[in-house]
Design a protein around this ligand. Structure first.
Ligand SMILES: NC(=O)c1ccc[n+]([C@@H]2O[C@H](COP(=O)([O-])OP(=O)(O)OC[C@H]3O[C@@H](n4cnc5c(N)ncnc54)[C@H](O)[C@@H]3O)[C@@H](O)[C@H]2O)c1
Length: 309
């Protein structure tokens, strides 16, 4: 009863904060950014646009009952919303994140538990392959199996010109954004079986070629090709591999990495950025048997940017 009351209280506070408007104060945080430090309307994890123009609580239908998921970057933003919607659909998860994000991770754990799920916490740097191996080992130990791998952790740093983009930044962005997708998939896939899925978070930037995020954009393009190739390796065994390519989404990554000007222009053809909950619904779809005929593809929750692919 107490748990149910908390869910209602949290849902109300999330929606009232969000309905304060899409206008958010320009703000800055240090990387990796904390959701708890966001000023103004908070990102919403559980509410999606409703028929009346407002936001309605996501309606679950037991689509992931008994499933076990690994979610990198699950402490905040899109990863948090995925962990919570997965829990609403009946899945447990292990979330991996950086040590600086422990408080955000604990909040995700609390929110997952309020929906009856289990959420195991593991602070670790996914840039090291040993740590990705460890994530798989801990997931197997704690959850007894793995059905869904969500590769989601990433970083970005805005640089206008290739001549100012340092070699170190280029390498670090690849070490963070794409190499761990390979490590985690490689170590987890021997434990997956027919019906299980890998979902890679990419970005609209892979398709539009965003110039001030050249290294980030390049890693996101690599993720699309990685998704296609890995799908072609495993689709015959019933393991599906897909990507999601969000447009602008209100998460801690934005105040932690975007200039004032970029935050000013942070919108989509729909006249607003997306909320993490609106991206997380795509993860539920690709993780569940609703998408049983889809593999090697990309979904584009980007607010109406028409892309090919
Ligand atoms: N926010 C957007 O506008 C947007 C748009 C398109 C794609 N995306 C993608 O969505 C994904 C999630 O980002 P988000 O916007 O929810 O921001 P976020 O800051 O909430 O999540 C990113 C997470 O990555 C994790 N991370 C970064 N470096 C790590 C490392 N070395 N080791 C372990 N974890 C690390 C952190 O836990 C961090 O929480 C990313 O792949 C991002 O590229 C975001």
């Amino acid at each position: 009863m107490e748990a149910a009351k908390n869910v209602i209280k949290n849902a109300k506070s999330e929606v009232s904060q969000f309905q304060a408007g899409h206008e958010v104060p320009i703000q800055h945080q240090q990387l990796p950014g904390l959701q708890s430090e966001i000023q103004g309307p908070k990102p919403t994890s559980t509410h999606v646009p409703g028929e009346d123009g407002g936001y309605a609580k996501y309606k679950a239908a037991g689509k992931l009952q008994g499933k076990k998921a690994i979610i990198t970057g699950g402490d905040s933003g899109i990863g948090r919303a995925v962990a919570i919607l997965f829990a609403m659909e009946g899945a447990d998860s292990l979330i991996a994140y950086l040590p600086e994000e422990e408080t955000d991770a604990q909040e995700t754990q609390k929110r997952v538990e309020q929906h009856g799920g289990k959420c195991y916490l593991l602070s670790t740097d996914v840039r090291q392959k040993e740590n990705c191996k460890h994530i798989v080992d801990v997931a197997l130990e704690k959850m007894g199996g793995i059905n869904i791998v969500v590769n989601n952790a990433a970083t970005q740093t805005m640089i206008q010109k290739i001549t100012d983009l340092t070699e170190d930044q280029w390498v670090d962005t690849f070490n963070t954004n794409i190499h761990p997708y390979f490590y985690l998939s490689k170590y987890a896939i021997p434990h997956l079986k027919a019906g299980d899925t890998i979902i890679n978070n990419a970005s609209v930037n892979a398709y539009i070629g965003r110039p001030d995020l050249l290294d980030y954009t390049s890693t996101k393009g690599a993720i699309i090709s990685f998704t296609r190739g890995l799908s072609n390796q495993y689709v015959g065994q019933g393991i599906r591999v897909n990507a999601i390519c969000p447009g602008p989404v209100w998460t801690p990554l934005i105040p932690a990495t975007m200039t004032k000007e970029a935050q000013d222009q942070f919108t989509s053809p729909m006249g607003r950025p997306g909320q993490p909950s609106e991206i997380a619904t795509c993860f539920v779809f690709l993780a569940s048997s609703d998408s049983s005929m889809i593999s090697g593809q990309s979904l584009h929750p980007n607010g109406g940017v028409v892309v090919n692919g």
